[in-house]
Design a protein around this ligand. Sequence first.
Ligand code: GFB
Length: 327
Amino acid sequence: MAGQTYDLTGKRVWVAGHRGLVGSALLRRLAKEDVALQTVGREAVDLRRQAAVEEWMQSNRPQVVFMAAAKVGGIHANNIHPADFIYENLMIEANIVHGAYLAGVEKLVLLGSTCIYPKMSPQPIPEEALLTGPLEPTNEWYAIAKIAGIKLAQAYRRQHGCDFIAAQPTNLYGPGDNFDLNSSHVLPALLRKAHEAKVNGSSAMSIWGTGKPLREFMHVDDLADALVFLAVNYSGDGHVNVGSGEEASIQELAETIKAVVGFHGDLEFDATKPDGTPRKLTDTSKLLKMGWRHSIGLRQGLESTYDWFLKHVAVDEKQVPIQLNAR
Ligand code: GFB
């Protein structure tokens, strides 16, 4: 299935969710292509409302859709808002996929999440591990919505011949990330905690759980590049893992973040918070065989993301940084 299957040149390309971490990275990446970019804000179209989505798609006739819109969050947000995570994601996916079918969209790229795989998957996790075992309980609802999304793309391909594909990214980070400690993922949370501990002269920063779980991290600009690559080079039924192999334990990540930020205090482990899945390293052999690999290493990505944080979130190191809720 590798080899150019679709030409983006001159196409109307809708990035749904263009203000979020993934969507904004896609806008940066697609600015280098000869395409007509389309975006619409949530104040104009609520993606959870079928009529609004279908009407916008019929009027704007995108030829390509990147589905970067989603209700996302870290382990804590997933755990305490299961209804929001399953409802909003199911609605957004169903509305855009069906709307794309009705509007004759030529190519659609949908995104999964590593939590779709069973908690005790073989490592690295191959695409075939999907639906082979029980999920991690803290994010089961989000995972089920994301599995439904992948199945939607497959179903419309099988029944209607639509060229809809699904990519399966590993844990992401980068500019535009959510640094709100209640809803963020671990990497932006630890960057912020280390920064605040340094600025406030604290002797320690807190880490949720044991620090032992392993996570693979990928810079969102690498993901955006992979998504454009897949849109052009892949047309198939099965979802494709997009990972970096940049794996670290949460404790190792915290140590690297301390070094990047310049905080020299201790780590304090908070056992009242969950660890989640012990490990989720993606098997990217399918994508590697097609000829794509990531280019931003973890240390380099942490440095540039901290730089972004300093310029956009911690506007004045003497003040408590403002709250950001990017998605
Ligand atoms: O990134 P994260 O929230 O989500 O947490 P998941 C990863 C690990 O970091 C867990 C630990 O073991 C957390 O306990 N951790 C340590 C922290 N300190 C912190 C902290 O201050 N904040 C956070 N958030 N974590 C999410 C799923 O799983 O990953 C989503 O909930 C999605 O559904 C996403 O799949 C990619 O990697 O555990």
